[in-house]
Each structure stands twice: as C-alpha cells, then as structure tokens.
Design a protein around this ligand. Structure first.
Ligand code: UDP
Length: 366
C-alpha cells in the first residue's frame, strides 16, 4: 500500500486527521472533489476582504484543548458575533437578551421581561417541549417567537416549527442581561487571514489531490491505502440504498458594492417570511475591514437535492433513525471510518468537528 490513510474530503475533520497522522509518521493522501481545500469553511480573498464562500463561520469554543490546538495554526482576532434581527423594519439584538426584550416591550429590568414571558405562555401548559415551537415559546414567549423565530426558522428549514427538533433553538443563548454576544463560549474569533490559510497549515506536508471525486475513482483509490477516512455524505457513500437522508442547502447571492459600509454589522437576519433570504452577511466586518468597497452575501435556504451542496443535516427522528442504520453498517467496515458534519450526519459546529477528529486520532493513531 502506498499510503496508510486515504482521507476523503479536505475540510476541517480530514485536515486535522491528516496533520496528526503525519506527525505520527503516517503517510496520507487527501482527495477533494472541489477545486479547493477547506470544505465549507473555505474563504476567498476578494479586494482584501475574506469572503466566506459557503456561509459565515465564526469560531467559538469552550474546549481549551481545541482552542489551543487551532491557535497553533492561526492567530484569531477578537471578533464577537452580535447579529441583528430585522423584522419588517424593526431592529432587535440577538441572541435573545435584555436589549431584545427592552426594545420589544419598552421595559428595563429582568423581572419585567420574565413576567411578560411568563404571562405569554401561562395558558400553553408546556412542561416538556416536544418540538421547536414549544421550546421557543416556553423560553421567550409569543412576541419574540412570532417576530424573531417563526419566520426565520421556517425559511431556514423549510418545515413548520412544530415539525422541527427542539435542540435547534437551544443552540442560541437566552439571557436576562444586556449582553449581545451570540455565544456563551469562553473563546471566540476569526482566524486572521481566513480559514483557508488555517486549513492549508493543517495540510502542510500532506499530498492533496483536488478535483478528485472519490466515488468516481473508488476502485483505484481504495487500492492505495490501508484505511479510509470518509468525510462525505454517508448515505451517498452507500449509494442511498437504505434511503436518502435530508439536508438543507444554501444558495448565496454575493455582490460587491461601491460603498464602504452597507449594513454596519457582519450578520443581519431577516426574520419575517416576506423577505426571501434568511440573512445578509457583510464579510469585511468579521475582520473590522476598512476597504473602500464592501462585499455582501444574501443567503437563501433550500431543500437539498441530489447534486446540490449539502449544508445542514435535518436531524429529526426519521433522519436520525435512517442515519442509525447507515451507521450500524459503517461500524462493521474494517477499513473505513466516517467523520465530520456529513459523515456523522450531525449539526456540528467547527469546534465539535475538531474535537471529534482529535478524539479519533487518539484511538486510531496510538
Ligand atoms: N434562529 C431564529 N432566528 C434568528 C436566528 C436563529 O429563529 O434570528 C433559530 C433558527 O431556527 C436557526 C437556529 O436558531 O436554525 C440556530 O441558529 P444558528 O445561528 O445557530 O444557525 P447557523 O448559524 O448554524 O445557521
């Protein structure tokens, strides 16, 4: 065998594994279907602005091991994510906090906000939320749900909030302090110079073949390595023969504008149903950019279909059960390891992907 590992996919999971394997003296080949490395964290520099080509990525973690790890490969800036929600021209701070509530209700204290929320959900009798709608209502009451959650979520997921799992909304902090930090994590920032450079560093010294679709060259590639780390879609790997897992896909309309500052914030969410996109990203604000022009991306969400780029696994009961069947099969493969957001069919953040890759390294590269 020419290589110890064939790594399919040059995203974070594959790149971390490649780095660790190389340091342990293993020989790896990375194959990547796209014409660039870095998976969906790929950034492209346009007129001095790092454009997040597959959607905004803000690194945040409370895992010191993961933070120390990424800081070996990039210096992070001090960006703190504080998105704005725009509902029919009204502007609110996210995540849901005292700034949001005081704007919504003209109140000032946490007690007043809690009383209003309690009054709005008193008659609903939700004890254990069964879905995203019940979870959202029981956390923030009806006004915030109707204006800032319902429309956005239904656009984002293409499903009624009653058909979505509650955990999705629990990703967002809810606080009764005046704090607009979107994350509760101890560490946060954007790699200076972009994510592509970070992944480039991880892959330093590893052979990478771009424009190489593993599934099209399976026989030839399988013969090259003792083991395969597969970070693509697990259902596609098995030719969907147990059924198709659902994903959401995203389409971006990106344009450069001859203005220095378009929206005054990196992320503005459009939370009503009428606006067709979910959010507008103004990339320069992730890096406090002062360039004379600006680049914005409008983000449109759609149901994934074969041939589209998959972004978000739809982790509802049906899909999780189907994934379980694929996983059981994958576990019986001696030569194959699945990982990453697509291989594990999990709505992972970047830090969780890195933690999972490092975890695999501990077991695999002993
Ligand atoms: N969400 C919402 N309103 C917002 C932002 C988020 O209702 O303005 C909900 C929505 O259901 C979304 C979920 O919170 O899918 C998680 O949001 P997050 O920002 O974590 O999504 P991501 O950045 O991963 O796309």
């Amino acid at each position: 065998m020419k290589y110890d590992y064939l790594i399919v996919g040059a995203g974070l999971y594959g790149a971390v594994f490649a780095r660790e394997a190389r340091e342990k003296g293993k020989k790896c080949l990375v194959v990547e279907r796209r014409n660039h490395i870095a998976g969906n964290v790929y950034c492209e520099e346009i007129h001095g602005i790092q454009v997040h080509r597959y959607g905004a990525h803000i690194f945040h973690t409370s895992d010191k091991k993961v933070w120390d790890y990424v800081c070996r490969f990039a210096e992070f800036n001090n960006y703190i994510n504080s998105p704005i929600a725009r509902y029919k021209g009204e502007l609110y701070n996210l995540p849901f906090n005292m700034n949001t509530f005081s704007k919504m209700w003209g109140i000032a204290t946490p007690g007043q906000a809690q009383d209003i929320i309690a009054a709005q959900i008193a008659d609903l009798g939700i004890t254990e939320p069964k879905n995203l709608e019940e979870q959202a209502l029981s956390l923030v009451g009806r006004d915030v749900y109707e204006k800032l959650i319902k429309g956005y979520t239904e656009k984002q997921w293409g499903r009624a909030c009653t058909d979505l799992p509650a955990f999705i909304i629990r990703r967002l902090p809810l606080r009764f302090t005046y704090d607009n930090n979107y994350f509760n994590d101890r560490y946060q920032g954007i790699p200076i110079g972009g994510y592509t450079k970070l992944v480039e560093k991880l892959l330093e010294g590893t052979e990478v073949r771009l424009n190489t679709d593993y599934l099209e060259h399976r026989e030839e590639l399988d013969g090259l390595a003792g083991k395969i780390i597969y970070t693509g879609m697990i259902d596609q790997f098995y030719d969907y023969d147990l059924g198709v897992l659902e994903y959401r896909s995203v389409r971006f309309e990106t344009e450069e504008l001859e203005t220095e500052n378009f929206q005054g914030n990196a992320v503005v969410n459009y939370t009503d149903r009428e606006v067709p996109y979910t959010r507008i990203i103004e990339h320069k604000h992730f890096e406090f950019g002062k360039q004379p022009t600006t680049i914005i991306s409008r983000e449109y969400s759609s149901e994934w279909q074969k041939g589209d780029e998959p972004y978000y696994p739809v982790n509802d009961e049906r899909n999780n059960a189907l994934y379980g069947q694929y996983k059981a099969r994958a576990d019986r493969e001696a030569k194959l390891i699945f990982g990453g957001r697509l291989g594990g069919y999990k709505y992972y953040d970047m830090d969780k992907v890195i933690a999972a890759a490092l975890q695999l390294c501990e077991v695999e590269l002993k």
